[in-house]
Design a protein around this ligand. Structure first.
Ligand SMILES: O=C(O)CCC(=O)C(=O)O
Ligand SMILES: [Fe+2]
Length: 223
């Protein structure tokens, strides 16, 4: 009897990546106030966004960020939906700590395909969230969040041969939030913002729930 599988050894499985998206997340009033605060973070408080937390690489990522932007109302709302999100994405975020920043994409800005975590880089990130804010009507075009389907078991490094990739685009709609696993390949499509005004940017508060840093753990080990 021939035990060889009839499935070709080059077969590629294409699996959609689950994204939890919630619209009208904070409601008009809270989202509006948060947008005003984001807009007020103008000028020198925003710095060129970095990759791998330390490098500015304008061919790969072009936007501006602020790392000391506090959004406790958003964190409280995330807490509220976390159990359902964990269940849907199959991840446990117990004892995690949020780490997040404010990001503004204006005319010509983008973020090329990447993962938010890897074995060498930021392995403590367990869950990605991105909360979007913008003026109404939306003062920019593009800027979709593109999430690539996984391609298994081959080519996992780049989620399949580049030309054969498949994906789904998610609109960065005001007061919506998406959650996905930081291992997912994703990108921010180029933004076109004709006015080039800071207030017309595509704003996002984006970050991760991270497992605790072992270095910060209290010294509670028994002798
Ligand atoms: O703004 C977005 O839609 C995603 C941003 C992103 O991928 C990141 O900051 O790692
Ligand atoms: Fe990302």
């Amino acid at each position: 009897m021939d035990h060889r599988s009839p499935v070709c050894t080059d077969a590629v499985w294409r699996l959609p990546v689950t994204v939890c998206r919630i619209t009208q997340f904070l409601g008009e009033q809270t989202a509006g106030a948060l947008l005003e605060r984001a807009i007020d973070s103008a000028g020198d408080t925003l710095q060129p966004s970095m990759i791998r937390d330390r490098e500015v690489v304008p061919d790969f990522r072009r936007s501006r960020s602020r790392h000391d932007f506090a959004a406790p109302e958003l964190m409280a709302a995330i807490d509220e939906v976390l159990e359902a999100v964990e269940h849907t994405l199959g991840v446990s975020c117990q004892h995690t700590e949020p780490s997040y920043s404010l990001n503004a994409h204006n005319d010509g800005d983008f973020y090329r395909p990447h993962q938010d975590t890897s074995a060498e880089f930021a392995p403590r990130r367990l869950l990605t969230f991105v909360y979007y804010l913008h003026r109404t009507p939306r003062p920019f075009d593009g800027g979709e969040l593109r999430v690539f389907d996984a391609a298994l078991p081959l080519h996992t490094e780049t989620a399949g041969r580049w030309q054969e990739r498949t994906w789904r685009d998610w609109e960065p709609e005001h007061d919506s939030i998406v959650f996905f696993l930081p291992t997912a390949w994703h990108e921010v499509r180029p933004v076109s913002c004709p006015s080039k005004q800071h207030a017309d940017s595509r704003f996002a508060i984006n970050g991760w729930l991270c497992s605790p840093d072992p270095a910060n753990r209290g010294n509670d080990a028994s002798p």
